[in-house]
Ligand binder design. Structure first.
Ligand code: NAP
Length: 557
């Protein structure tokens, strides 16, 4: 390919350790599959990973209670029938250790580690138009280059500790859920404060509460959470699922979330009686799972009045679970429609507030003002802690890419291009950044789909694209500005047709002070999105400019 063709490099035992046909940044579930596929094309691939091992999200997020909110029979790779038949998930929802074990198994089974440089952070990247090469500067392996660069840097991979004054003076220990110590943390007998009640907080709070002497939960915004109803994986369910795995995976591509088995609802929540609605929500509540609940009716995410019925149902469940009515009211979300922030799945979250050793602190009424040497000071009170847990989330979807100082063609900086929010064509490529591909970038379904399938779909599109370039004697592909603008407009229009923008969510960039407010994931449906990607490819990559070499492109300018 280009200056180093795939056929030239195939089988070359000793290549320069700094020159590749393709570089992949990140060895999480996306990067690993990309490595497997690109290697299958015969390319010499270099993967650079900041962590000491594979797994990405599942490598870093080791906090107590960490578990996937997509069922384990779904949250796994589909590319190998043997792999999906042989792997056995013990529970309905995979725990972090189980999923990490699975990812390690995949890395070993497909012999992926030998191309991965661990403990290596990519600091910057620059595209050279003359040589048509991306050069990335790493902190451990110097500069490395390749004609193609695949950014598998993850959507929730830049942990964020809010800018509280005084943290450096705290005399106890503090942790971020997304950077959890590998050896684990024993909170037994400790006074613990936890800040944040998103998915990470809600999953860890019940476990930490069981260990700690006392746990104070600092909640700024109440979130909706449903019972996960986790349980050992039923042998019959596993058998049936495995018997039809291939068909289910195929069918998953024709669903809005990338998960088969949830027939699309046909009724509005407003066209049935209150009793019928209540019974439907009750059944979904008993079943567990977020897609199932939000699929109770067809308008829960697009019609506020319809959504109000589901939101109120869950608020009433909270009121019925939590003994103290004042605490229940504080836990009952009222500032956003259910589902417009990531709908959380929990095990005994609301029940935890009935424990004597758990106190809910309203960090909205009395915001945290500083971290003191002894603990946390809010506007109204001081709290002493031995340990503080930050379950305060991530600089989502853009943070990891913007942490790398990326410069595309004509000196354009990603930080400037994205100053008013991310812009991409299909979440796959960006105008001004030739030959750089994103795995589940902003404006793709990514976090609104089954992430592993989303990673596979992106990688498959990229592999088809590179194969097309190869067979047509092309060396360079770049998103057209007009096509990118149209896609961003479409992304925003689709989001504006839903209730999602009503929430101050990380989908909107609203969790980071100063971050531009733009709805980042594509919510037009994974099925519709995939069809669009396939159509664009079938039309010879409509909306992208493909050129044999940079020099020929310039001659045509
Ligand atoms: P998050 O949803 O962004 O939650 C962060 C929490 O920290 C929020 O409650 C936020 O309050 C609070 N916070 C931030 N700054 C604060 C401040 N200065 N003072 C007080 N509170 C503050 O982050 P997350 O829980 O880590 O979850 C992020 C995403 O990761 C999830 O939505 C999900 O997609 C994924 N995840 C998935 C799973 C799973 O599969 N089960 C588990 C964990 C995470 P505000 O809401 O007021 O900003």
């Amino acid at each position: 390919m280009s200056s180093q063709s795939a056929t030239e490099t195939k089988g070359t035992a000793e290549k320069s350790a700094s020159q590749f046909d393709a570089i992949i940044v990140g060895a999480g579930v996306g990067g690993l599959y990309a490595l497997h596929r690109l290697r299958g094309m015969g390319l010499n691939v270099g993967v650079f990973e900041a962590g000491a091992d594979v797994g990405g999200t599942w490598y870093w997020n080791r906090y107590p209670g960490c578990r996937c909110d997509v069922e384990s029979m779904e949250y796994s790779y589909s590319f190998s029938e043997d792999l999906q038949q042989e792997w056995r998930w013990p529970e309905r929802y995979g725990t972090q250790p189980e999923i990490l074990r699975y990812v390690n198994h995949v890395a070993d089974r497909f012999d992926l580690r030998r191309d991965i440089r661990f403990n290596t952070r990519v600091l910057s990247g620059q595209f050279d138009e003359t040589s048509n090469l991306w050069t990335l500067v790493t902190d451990k392996h110097g500069a490395v280059s390749a004609p193609y660069c695949i950014m598998a840097t993850g959507n929730l991979s830049t942990p964020r500790v809010p800018d509280f004054a005084g943290l450096e003076r705290f005399e106890g220990k503090w942790y971020h859920t997304g950077l959890w110590p590998h050896e684990g943390v024993d909170f037994s007998g400790l006074r613990v404060g936890i800040i944040g009640t998103g998915s990470s907080g809600v999953q860890s709070i019940p476990i930490i509460a069981k260990q700690a002497k006392h746990l104070h939960v600092f909640q700024r915004t109440a979130n909706f959470s449903l019972p996960a109803r986790n349980a050992p994986l039923d042998a019959g369910v596993e058998k049936r699922h495995k018997a039809e795995y291939a068909e289910r995976r195929e069918a998953a591509y024709d669903t809005p979330f990338g998960i088969a088995g949830f027939p699309p609802p046909t009724n509005s929540a407003l066209e049935v009686s209150a009793e019928e609605r209540e019974a439907a929500y009750e059944a979904k509540w008993a079943e567990g799972g977020s897609i199932s609940f939000l699929y109770a009716y067809n308008d829960l995410l697009v019609n506020k009045a319809a959504n109000d019925t589901a939101s109120e149902f869950v608020r009433n469940k909270i009121r019925a679970t939590v003994n103290d009515p004042a605490i229940a009211e504080l836990l009952a979300p009222k500032d956003h429609p259910i589902g417009t922030k990531r709908l959380i799945l929990d095990s005994d979250y609301y029940e935890t507030y009935n424990r004597d050793n758990v106190t809910l602190v309203d960090a909205r009424a009395a915001p945290i003002e500083e971290i003191t040497p002894a603990g946390i000071r809010t506007r109204d009170a001081e709290y002493d802690f031995d340990a503080i847990v930050f379950a305060t989330g991530f600089d989502a979807m853009t943070g990891a890419l913007l942490d790398i100082d990326l410069t595309g063609a004509k000196g354009v900086k990603l930080a400037d291009k994205w100053a008013d929010g991310p812009r991409s064509n299909l979440g796959l490529m960006m105008a001004g950044f030739p030959n750089m591909f994103l795995i589940t970038g902003p404006q793709s379904p990514s976090v609104k789909a089954q992430m592993i399938l989303a990673c596979e779909q992106h990688t498959d599109w990229i592999v088809d694209c590179l194969t097309y370039l190869q067979t047509h004697g092309l060396a360079r592909i770049e998103a057209d500005q007009t096509a990118e603008d149209e896609w961003v407009t479409h992304n925003n229009e689709v989001a504006d047709g839903t209730l999602y923008p009503l929430a101050n969510s990380w989908y909107m960039g609203a969790n980071i002070p100063g971050k531009p407010r733009i709805f980042m994931p594509y919510v037009g449906g994974f099925d519709r999105y995939k069809r669009t990607c396939d159509e664009i490819a079938a039309k010879g990559y409509e909306g992208f400019t493909l050129t044999p070499t940079r020099l020929e492109a310039l001659a045509g300018d």
